[in-house]
Write a protein that binds this ligand. Structure first.
Ligand code: ZN
Ligand code: ZN
Length: 369
């Protein structure tokens, strides 16, 4: 079975995406066809557009999505047609060196095929109308009306969860909430600092709150984003244009520094600030990214004191376990997602959506289908 559908295609770095008819839908073993209902615009997509993250082209971006199961391929299990699903961008084989060590984010098949922007079985499953191969970012390519994914990438969530909020769980929210709940060890009453209040940072603030943090210090350069951080649970707000985050962290902790610092801004300055602000023996979790070819310099003394520094890409996600828990937290009023949505846009407006993200005007624009 193959179908024709509309997708936003990036043909060249820096060029606007074009919405065009593409062909896909060939279901291999264990694949499912998902009709995309909502997809968030994430910074990782923007990195591909601007070229700081390099992938083969042409490509369909979009890796934070929710939709409805439309068809099941041979041997696809755990799903039925009509299920509402949030999509994971981290398919994993379950039995390679890293999967056996409980690190699906390093799954050898995931890493091998991920860099080629093909599906988890190594096939493209999607082509342009003229027959040329079309790549898909992070095993999804969700800026499209349909996506073929491996069955374990589609996680069933309750039908009452609206798609525009559901999609956020697939990347930004999982990354931030998961960093606080799965990666960091936050003790009850701990002082936590979150640097960068985009979707990931605002989710880390909320994860810290759910984990029982006492003081939650949010840091950003934008007053609007800081105000949002206050609404979702930050107890103090630091404008890094005029205040020094590490001085504030020490002032609030009898001179020691924060117990846990999340870096979610993705700039050399924020990486440096994260290790300056944490106390000796404390924990720094890096969530942001900068150009992989660039250096980041640190004051050596800021790395001393048995500080633990940890990189996390997807909040320690085990999607089948975590997505339903996060969905439930939202439905029970314990996690705020509405606040993360700045705009709803049509697929045709996707280029404007990314310009707004680049200018820092939005937390999340969500394409609704
Ligand atoms: Zn993302
Ligand atoms: Zn694996």
């Amino acid at each position: 079975m193959s179908i024709e559908y509309r997708a936003a295609v990036l043909h060249a770095v820096g060029a606007p995406m074009t919405v065009e008819a593409v062909v896909g839908g060939d279901l291999g073993r264990g694949d499912v066809l998902v009709r995309i209902k909502a997809a968030g615009l994430c910074h990782t997509d923007l990195e591909v557009i601007t070229g700081s993250l390099r992938y083969p082209l042409p490509i369909v971006l979009g890796h934070e999505a929710a939709g409805v199961v439309e068809a099941l391929g041979p041997d696809a299990s755990g799903l039925k047609v009509g299920d509402h699903v949030v999509l994971s961008w981290n398919p994993h084989c379950g039995h390679c060196f890293y999967c056996e060590r409980d690190l699906p984010i390093l799954c050898e098949t995931y890493l091998t095929h991920g860099s080629k922007a093909v599906a988890f079985d190594g096939e493209s499953h999607t082509r342009l109308h003229d027959g040329r191969d079309l790549r898909r970012l992070m095993f999804l390519g969700a800026f499209a009306e349909y996506a073929v994914v491996a069955d374990h990438q589609a996680i069933v969530v309750p039908n009452e969860l609206p798609f525009d909020r559901a999609c956020l769980i697939g990347c930004g929210v999982m990354t931030g909430v998961g960093a606080a709940l799965n990666i960091a060890t936050i003790g009850y009453g701990d002082t936590v600092m979150v640097i960068g209040c985009g979707a990931v940072g605002l989710s880390a603030v909320q994860g810290a709150r759910l984990a029982g943090a006492g003081e939650i210090i949010a840091v950003d350069l934008d007053a609007g984003k800081l105000a949002l951080a206050g609404r979702v649970g930050a107890t103090s707000l630091v404008d890094a244009r005029s205040e020094d985050p590490s001085a504030i962290a020490r002032a609030k902790t009898a001179g020691r520094g924060a117990d846990v610092v999340f870096e979610a801004a993705g700039s050399p300055g924020s990486f440096r600030a994260s290790v300056e602000a944490v106390r000796p023996g404390g924990e720094v979790i890096w969530l942001g990214k900068t150009d992989v070819a660039h250096d980041v310099a640190f004051r050596w003394g800021s790395l001393m004191g048995d500080k633990r520094i940890r990189r996390s890409s997807y909040g320690g996600a085990r999607p089948a376990r975590d997505f339903p828990l996060i969905a439930r937290a939202y439905l029970d009023g314990k996690l705020m997602l509405d606040e993360l949505i700045s705009r709803h846009i049509a697929l045709a407006d996707i280029n404007d959506g990314f310009l707004a993200l680049q200018r820092g005007e939005t937390i999340r624009s969500v394409v609704v289908f």
